[in-house]
Design a protein around this ligand. Structure first.
Ligand code: T1G
Length: 692
């Protein structure tokens, strides 16, 4: 049983003991009901306290049970709450650490609630594409009011317990030992009758219609993609307009609808993907981490400065090295400007800004970096430059220092071979802007030591990044897949599309930006350089030349006010370019191609399935540890729509047999050469399996 029972004089204490977050799984629910029955049946017991062990009260329903029989197996959470609410003896919830989702709903079913300060109080179900399904939408508004309940339920963000001390949610905030304070409180109210029930409170909110409409207006833009948003509001509205029991029933209907939606399954997939990514087979908690108390960055350009900010933000002193003082001064100025912009937006105080700037130092001398625990190289993407840097680092860095490269496409094993300590070398591929993008590809070289890998994965969390392990290959996970995505986009231009049409189709699918708008933002010349290199290294990899023709006209994107689109000075709006469209038509004509009308569906299939097919190869080769890691790379680094769960999850939701069928169709059409079907995809489709 994952709930224990003990007696303290005339008070029974039921303790939730289901680490790590006291998820309200079936066993825990049974434990609560049994404890309640024992307490009610024991004449010596006057009051009951419900408390959580470890991290906090409860992180909610056990998400791992969702869409399994156990989730609804009696006693359901509803039953547990109903039994508590109808108990003839007072039940007091004693909350510390966190009370989230079903955990807060459980507490709301109790007659009383006491809490320590600092506890995270939340109904985060909307982040999983569902809504509070055990009375939260009906009870929370009754104790904290309509507006605050709507804010908490629609956004899912936690609120600290002391911020709610002015509401009827808590009967007392406990200083000192929570259990002692709760027992004392329980004795004080042991004989109070009638026992208060949140469900019996009336909802008489003035202007509730306006408050609810305003909430609907705020979510309108997103509600199309995230059905839970509007249904959360519907359920809270039911708390205003329906009797309590009818409101509960309405909430239940909404929950049962949402929990089976593909959007909720995608969001839950993403939730677990983020937690699985830090698990590396063969490297367990027994591997001691190397301490990271200081850092160094080689290069103070856009990437180097952004990387340095991550360390300063985490309170880790960081030293930037450049070859000229002017470059250092520019890098520091960039950092200060970034922080000042954040300050202007009210997300940073002057004191925090000054503290972070004080953590950043600069030098022109490699010897000054020698004592840093980690050094990250972020210099020009050219192997000869990397060689020079790593040979110098090998000379100056103390033993045990981690030598990391921010390379995005070069061979990390080759870079490691420039040093006498390849076991200390690893890849830390940040995504631009490095101080903003969550994704960090942690590239594991052949020689990378397990403790180095474990240390950098832990460092990723410290600097608020989503670390995903990648093996060594050209482009690692993200860029290797995006290469095939862009290849298809270029071929589609030759075959009949124009940039605006293709971007529109991909943005309607849910990407923040289509490939051409994205390329104009990142710089078309970057891809141009990579294609030139690839043509010598992989002559069999055929590309459309349409992208090269664009760059030969100097149309590198926003930075030249002209790319796939035209831009006006100081305005990032992409305007369709007659010159580029004409260039595409002439290019296709020169190839003797008969252009055709191409549907959005074909555009989406060819770009998405190009990602999926390459992702399957990455899985087969062991470059990625699991399919959900690939999804996480795309969700956190490439703007893949969260409600579709990532490319591999999306393919599984479409059905791998359907995906394979479509790819086979394209593999017999124009540019068939680009479709080398991944054997794993073929195999899984044949077996009727998915990637997960
Ligand atoms: N169920 C099962 N496992 C959970 C879990 C949960 N609710 N929450 C966390 N875990 C696992 C997580 O996968 C990881 O596992 C470990 O706990 C530590 O998590 C009816 C239906 C609670 C703030 O949405 O937000 O109640 O990888 O690394 O950073 O209305 O976990 O170690 O094996 O995140 O300290 C609503 C989700 C559920 C809360 C802790 N509750 N969890 O953060 O640790 S739906 C939530 C979180 C519901 C009712 C509905 C966070 C946390 P492993 P962690 P953390």
């Amino acid at each position: 049983m994952t709930a224990s029972y003990e007696v303290r004089g005339d008070v029974a204490v039921i303790t939730l003991e289901n680490p790590p977050v006291n998820g309200l799984g079936f066993d825990t629910r049974c434990g609560i009901v049994e404890g309640l029955q024992r307490a009610v049946g024991d004449a010596a017991i006057r009051a009951i306290v419900l408390i959580g062990s470890g991290k906090g009260f409860s992180g909610g329903a056990d998400i791992r049970e969702f869409n399994t029989p156990k989730a609804l197996q009696e006693p359901s959470l509803h039953t547990v709450i109903r039994d508590i609410e109808s108990s003839p003896k007072p039940v007091t919830a004693a909350i510390h650490g966190l009370a989230m989702g079903g955990g807060l709903e459980l507490a709301l079913g109790c007659h009383y609630r006491v809490a320590s300060a600092g506890a995270q109080i939340a109904l985060p179900e909307v982040k999983l594409g569902i809504l509070p399904g055990a009375g939260g939408t009906q009870r929370l508004p009754r104790v904290i009011g309509l507006q605050r309940a709507l804010d908490m339920i629609v956004h899912g963000a936690p609120v600290r317990s002391e911020k709610l001390s002015d509401t009827r949610l808590f009967d007392r905030l406990i200083d000192g030992d929570l259990l002692d304070g709760a027992i004392t409180f329980a004795r004080e109210i042991a004989d109070a009758r009638p026992l208060p029930q949140v469900g019996a409170l009336q909802m008489n909110e003035p202007e509730s219609a306006q408050v609810i409409q305003a909430a609907r207006d705020r979510v309108q833009a997103q509600a199309t993609y995230y059905p839970a948003l509007s249904r959360c509001i519907d359920a809270v509205e039911a708390a205003v307009r329906l009797p309590f029991q009818e409101g509960l029933a309405f909430e239940r209907e909404q929950f049962l609808y949402l929990v089976q939606t593909i959007e909720s399954k995608a969001l839950r997939h993403a939730f677990f993907a983020e937690r699985s990514a830090s698990k590396i087979p063969g490297i367990g908690p027994e591997v001691a981490l190397r301490p990271i108390r200081s850092a160094a960055v080689i290069g103070a350009g856009t990437m180097g400065a952004g990387i340095a900010m991550n360390f300063a933000n985490a309170g880790i002193p960081v030293c930037m090295l450049e070859t000229e003082q002017a470059a250092l001064d520019k890098g520091v100025a960039t950092i200060r400007r970034n922080y000042e912009n954040t300050l202007k937006k009210g997300r940073l105080t002057q004191e925090q800004l000054d503290k972070r700037m004080a953590l950043i130092s600069t030098t022109l001398d490699y010897a000054a970096l020698g004592q840093a625990d980690i050094v990250i190289e972020a210099v020009y993407e050219e192997i000869s430059v990397k060689e020079k840097v790593f040979k110098q680092l090998d000379q100056v860095m103390k033993p045990g220092s981690i030598l990391a490269s921010n390379t995005s496409t070069l061979d990390l094993d080759r870079i490691a071979s420039f040093t006498s300590r390849p076991h200390d070398v690893i890849g830390t591929h940040f995504f631009s802007p490095a101080n903003v993008m969550k994704l960090l590809e942690v590239v594991r070289g052949k020689a990378t030591a397990p403790d180095v890998l474990a240390t950098v994965m832990s460092l990723a969390k410290t600097i608020s990044k989503t670390g995903v392990v990648s093996g060594v290959c050209d482009g690692f996970i993200g860029n290797r897949m995006i290469e095939q995505y862009v290849r298809q986009a270029f071929f589609l231009l030759e075959e009949g599309c124009l940039p605006a049409q293709l971007d529109g189709a991909i943005e309607r699918f849910g990407f923040a930006m289509g490939p051409f708008r994205m390329s104009d933002l990142a710089g078309n010349d970057i891809g141009w350089q990579i294609r030139k290199r690839r043509r010598t290294e992989h002559p069999d990899m055929i590309y459309s030349l349409v992208g090269d023709k664009l760059c030969e006209r100097g149309r590198f994107g926003q930075k030249t006010s002209a790319g796939w689109y035209d831009y006006r000075a100081g305005d990032r709006t992409a305007h369709a370019s007659d010159e580029v469209n004409q260039m595409i038509l002439e290019h296709a004509a020169a190839l003797g191609l008969q252009r055709r009308q191409i549907s959005d569906e074909e555009i989406v299939e060819r770009l998405m399935y190009a990602l999926v097919n390459e992702g399957a190869k990455i899985l087969e080769e062991g470059i990625a540890l699991r399919a959900s890691d690939i999804d996480l790379v795309y969700l956190t680094g490439y703007g893949f729509p969260l409600y579709r769960g990532g490319p591999m999850f999306y393919a599984s939701s479409v059905g791998l047999d359907t995906v394979l069928e479509a790819i086979k169709g394209y593999a017999s059409g124009p540019n068939a050469h680009a479709w080398q079907i991944a054997p794993m995809l073929e195999q899984l489709a044949k077996e009727g399996k998915s990637f997960h």
